[in-house]
Design a protein around this ligand. Sequence first.
Ligand SMILES: C[S@@+](CC[C@H](N)C(=O)[O-])C[C@H]1O[C@@H](n2cnc3c(N)ncnc32)[C@H](O)[C@@H]1O
Length: 441
Amino acid sequence: MRALYRIDIMTLFPDTVGDVLSESILGRAQERDYLRIETHQIRNYTVNKQRQVDDYPYGGGHGAILQADPLYRCWEHLISQAEPDVRPHTIFLSPCGKTFTQADARRLAWEHSHLILVCGHYEGIDQRFVDACVDEEISLGDFVLTGGEIAAMAVADAVSRLVPGVLSDPECFENESHWNNTLEYPQYSRPEIWHGMAVPEVLLEGNHASVERWRRKQSLLRTRERRPDLFAKLDLSSKEDQALLAELDKEQSRPTLPDKVICRKACEGDFPVMEGIAADARRYLHSHGVDQWGGPIPYPGRADFLADLSRGELYVLLCGDEIGAFFTLTTEPDPNYAAITDGKWASEEPYATIHRSAVAARWRGTGLADKMVQEAERIAWNAGIHWLRADTHKKNKPMQALLRRHNLQYRGNVLVSVQEGHDPRRVAYEKRIKRPKERRK
Ligand SMILES: C[S@@+](CC[C@H](N)C(=O)[O-])C[C@H]1O[C@@H](n2cnc3c(N)ncnc32)[C@H](O)[C@@H]1O
């Protein structure tokens, strides 16, 4: 006989709760008798004709309170149904309870075999039922739900998947977020390249030790960045973790921009580095929900670089001997700009436009992007052009902030050519470039 784990849920909405918890993994675990989850209509335990379960709160106030008596009758019935040697553990889902964690899920799955989950409703439940019958109060978080059902489903789900036998292998949950106070590393599946974004190479090489090392490093990085409270609890004294942390510190320390940043025309030999910068910029935009360079064909890619290079309009910024950024500055009028809406350009004079610009991840936030705009202005001025334009995605806030920092003004909206299925809408900016003398003031 398999050890059966039992969860009874007392609720005013048994069908909704039951349906959710009988799907997928939990449904299969119940079919295979590892688990039994049952819901119980509290209303069935009333003794009045109207099957009323609530009444007004003593002392006045809004709303109604679930009465102790139907709750108690329901609970008593469940206790009487328990296995003779088992004392069910009763939990009231409440915003006043202790916030639920993975450690609680583990404790409940491993130290008990029968839970009774009580869902409140209305303004809450009569405290005397809690005092008489409840072993612990659990909250889903610091917010208030309409009823305890969603919290009960969350607790039942999190506990059930840790019950031995429900998942095929303990490894399934031992590597997951919150098992050991860490957050899980990023996961990838096929295809290898999706919308121009590649799977990290280490995951394709088939070297198990390297994969494990990469995953641990990513997990530490995520936990450190997103949950410093969990990170502080970690024991990182092992030689391996110390080495990973040293690597992370080194990778994340921001270099200071050299006094002299050189702007020169790009050459074909720069393309591999520029493609790396572009791929990282695409990942960055994507992770910030900006559909600016999206599409299956990596953009900007080699073909775009070649076209810009052939017109002599492609530039790189060198920080020491390292390419820190690239941009295109074109003096060709952009046909998309002629159809500006919701505003208009301030000048019809010749203008230069910044297109396809990106800063390498390691130089982000160092002021290199500002140098890029300054260089674009200098190049345009020297070519006798006194107006500068640029467009960017509505959600690309860093780019908009950069343009505004350099006094480019929002002029309206334009549509640009993009890959099928991607957002062509852009916000357009413009400025009159000052004489170099005025700029120096
Ligand atoms: C509207 S709430 C009552 C809130 C209560 N008046 C208070 O301020 O603490 C109704 C029921 O929803 C459930 N509930 C609400 N928020 C919850 C949370 N964060 N975690 C668990 N259960 C919650 C509880 O069962 C509660 O009795």
